[in-house]
Design a protein around this ligand. Structure first.
Ligand code: FES
Length: 314
């Protein structure tokens, strides 16, 4: 779908927000809190950005992008875009939905990971649901949408923390998550270190895995590619070699078997493929630990194999 960049504006140091509208002014496809869109950039570059506006809004999609000099080019390409320009995007997809039956929701955001959390807070407020939001940033200047939060209807539910605070104003994850409640759901979005710390604290406090949800905004750290192995297509019995320097997706593509991909870094889940036998070497940040342990699915854009062969449901 093609959209216009109706507005581009700074919301914090190195963070720009974009408001995307249909060129003909028509309503955009609806979305739910936690959803993201794929943005097609130059040279086949595709990036996922969470929608941070209120899900009841249909006149625009709002995203926010941190300019990261160490990124693989997506954030720099986004920041180079100009107001009035055109963008190709996908319809919204949601791998990070709210569980609306929860008695209480605990929203945790680190840095630019605030984007889906903002949308969730707005949706929960709109529904009159019980929630609280905790948002950590390196500094006040780097905190996107701070004014929007402090001036929102739910400002008293929002707790802000700064890494450079002098007065002990940093989030104490262990204390916050110490009281696991069976009917409370936890949502975490931010850098991998922030998510790992929250997951560890939740696990130590006995949170039920089914109540803990997280979304990364960047991929898993790049790992050594690993050794060669083979994949077998269960439908035909065909065996395909995966060389050490190729991903499974790339090896399959060379053999004429296309797997849909989007992020190509184990974040979005688009390439999720069922594994019928063999032991995957999971390298994504999409699957939960227990899903990885089941070894019946994997993300072939980044994951590999611990066994000599994987039989795939293809
Ligand atoms: Fe996104 Fe594989 S393409 S997880």
């Amino acid at each position: 779908m093609q959209v216009n960049i109706a507005r581009k504006f700074a919301v914090a140091t190195d963070i720009c927000a974009f408001e995307l509208v249909r060129a003909d002014g028509a309503a955009l496809p609806s979305f739910s809190a936690g959803a993201h869109i794929d943005v097609m950039l130059r040279d086949g570059l595709v990036r996922q950005y969470s929608l941070c506006n209120t899900p009841s809004e249909s006149h625009c999609y709002r995203i926010a992008v941190l300019r990261d000099a160490h990124s693989r080019g997506g954030s720099i390409a986004m920041h180079a875009l100009k107001e009035g320009g055109l963008l190709h995007i996908s319809e919204p997809k949601n791998h990070f939905p709210l569980h609306t039956q929860a008695r209480h929701s605990l929203l945790l955001a680190g840095g630019i990971g605030v984007t889906p959390i903002l949308s969730m807070a707005a949706a929960l407020d709109h529904a009159g649901a019980s929630f609280e939001m905790h948002y950590c940033s390196r500094s006040a200047a780097r905190m996107a949408f701070r004014d929007r939060l402090t001036e929102s209807r739910f400002a008293e539910r929002v707790h802000l923390y700064f890494d450079d605070a002098q007065d002990g104003g940093r989030l104490q994850l262990d204390a916050l998550l110490a009281q696991a409640q069976p009917d409370t759901h936890l949502y975490v979005c931010g850098p991998s270190g922030f998510i790992a710390a929250a997951m560890d604290a939740a696990k130590a406090a006995g949170w039920n895995d089914a109540n803990v949800h997280r979304e990364f905004f960047s991929g898993a750290p790049v790992q050594e590619s690993g050794g060669a192995f083979q994949v077998k297509l269960s439908s035909t019995g065909r065996v395909i070699d995966v060389a050490p320097d190729l991903t499974v997706v790339a090896a399959l593509a060379q053999a004429g078997v296309e797997i849909p991909t989007s992020c190509e870094q184990g974040v979005c889940g688009t390439c999720l493929t069922r594994v019928l036998s063999g032991e995957p070497d999971h390298r994504d940040v999409y699957l939960m630990d227990e899903e990885k342990a089941a070894n019946n699915q994997f993300l072939p854009c980044c994951s590999r194999s611990k066994s000599p062969m994987l039989v795939l449901d293809l």
